[in-house]
Design a protein. Structure first.
Length: 183
C-alpha cells in the first residue's frame, strides 16, 4: 500500500505538470500493483479460513515447489526425506514455512536458484528453504515492522515448540531453517 501511495503521488505530480503519457504509465503500474495486493490479501484470508493440514506432506511440498517454479521461473531443487509419522500440526507448520520461504524468495531475493529440504532429524522435522539471491542484513530487520512473513514463521515455531533460524548476509543469499519437535 505504501508503494501504491507513492505511485499515485507521482502520478498526481506528473498530471499537474501536464505529462499525461507518464501519468498513464504510472497509473497502469499502480493498478497492476493494486490487483496483486488484492490477490495476496484474498489468498491470506483463504489460508486462514481453510483447513490446510496436508494429507501427504511430501506431495504438498512438491506441489508448492512446482507452483513456485512455474510462477517465477526460478529453479528449485527439492530434497524430501520426511519421517514416516508426522503430527498434523507439524505438517501444517512445515507447509506454511515452505510457502512463506518461497514467497520471500520470489518477492525479495532476486535469486537464480532455490533449494527446499524436508527431513526428519534427531526427533524433529527440519524444513530448510535456501536461495542464492541478494540476501539481507538480518540484524537490520529483527524487530522492525513490515517483515510479517519472518515474524509469522517465528511465531509458528514458538507455538509449536520449535525454532526458526534465519541466516543471511548482503550478497550471500538466505537460509530459513525451521525445526519442529515430532513428539
Amino acid at each position: 500500500l505504501a508503494g501504491l501511495i507513492l505511485q499515485l503521488e507521482a502520478a498526481d505530480s506528473h498530471l499537474a505538470s501536464g505529462r499525461s503519457d507518464r501519468t498513464q504509465d504510472i497509473l497502469q503500474q499502480a493498478m497492476a500493483r493494486a490487483r496483486a495486493a488484492l490477490a495476496d490479501a484474498r489468498r491470506a484470508i483463504g489460508d486462514l479460513r481453510e483447513d490446510s493440514t496436508p494429507d501427504d506432506l511430501s506431495e504438498a511440498v512438491r506441489k508448492e515447489v512446482n507452483h513456485f517454479t512455474t510462477a517465477t521461473g526460478i529453479l528449485c531443487a527439492l530434497d524430501l526425506a520426511p519421517p514416516a509419522t508426522i503430527p498434523a500440526s507439524a505438517c501444517e507448520h512445515a507447509l506454511r514455512a515452505v510457502s512463506e520461504g518461497l514467497s520471500n524468495v520470489a518477492r525479495h531475493a532476486q535469486a537464480r536458484q532455490a533449494w527446499v529440504r524436508v527431513a526428519g532429524e534427531d526427533g524433529a522435522l527440519e524444513i530448510v528453504v535456501r536461495d542464492d539471491g541478494r540476501g539481507f542484513d538480518t540484524a537490520a530487520v529483527n524487530g522492525t515492522s513490515g517483515h510479517y512473513g519472518i515474524l509469522g514463521l517465528r511465531e509458528r515455531a514458538r507455538l509449536a515448540g520449535g525454532t526458526l533460524e534465519v541466516a543471511s548476509a548482503p550478497g550471500a543469499g538466505t537460509t530459513l531453517r525451521l525445526r519442529l519437535p515430532l513428539h
